[in-house]
Design a binder for this molecule. Structure first.
Ligand code: S3P
Length: 170
């Protein structure tokens, strides 16, 4: 029985947008990790990185994961680096469908510029291809991979909703 979806993928892959649409379709809750951490800490992710460092941010992601683990009928959109603590994904895996939203470096940078460019790990644009490559083994742990390059968020959400329905029947 699948009653949770976890969307993983690199920054600007559309996790929050697709996740919100998917949650609407399923009638489930939606939880955006970055937004929740920002609300709880009273500062944005950029500031957390600058003031406390990346390790402190990862500890906040870990703590949030543990707290939300009992939640069901929920679509989760953790930040792109959440997968680098793979035990967190494994903890949530039972009853979850995990999907990797794939995106290439050029699209990441285009989308990031369009959004006003606020992500701390995207400030050195030349490092993006290598960071995507380094993250791939973690993203490959997902049950499904979806190419997001030439697709609209609504179509991706519809495909994921079909998967949830199929898995629920099996
Ligand atoms: C990060 C991704 C960001 C945010 C933080 C670090 C990463 O989330 O958590 O800037 O390490 O890939 P998005 O993937 O939602 O941009």
């Amino acid at each position: 029985m699948i009653d949770r979806v976890i969307l993983i993928g690199f920054m600007c892959s559309g996790k929050s947008t697709v996740g919100r649409l998917l949650a609407e379709r399923l009638g489930w809750d939606f939880l955006d990790f970055d937004a929740t951490i920002e609300m709880e800490q009273g500062m944005d992710v950029h500031e957390i990185f600058a003031r406390r460092g990346e390790a402190a941010f990862r500890a906040l992601e870990r703590d949030l994961t543990e707290r939300i683990a009992p939640q069901r009928r929920v679509v989760l959109a953790p930040g792109g680096g959440w997968v680098t603590q793979p035990e967190l994904l494994e903890e949530l895996r039972p009853g979850s469908l995990t999907a990797w939203l794939k995106v290439g470096p050029r699209t990441v940078l285009e989308r990031h510029r369009r959004q006003g460019g606020v992500r701390p790990l995207l400030t050195v644009e030349e490092q993006v291809p290598a960071l995507i490559t380094a993250r791939e083994p973690f993203y490959r742990r997902a049950d499904y991979a979806l190419d997001t390059e030439s697709r609209q968020p609504a179509g991706l959400a519809a495909e994921l909703a079909d998967w949830v329905a199929r898995e629920g029947d099996s």
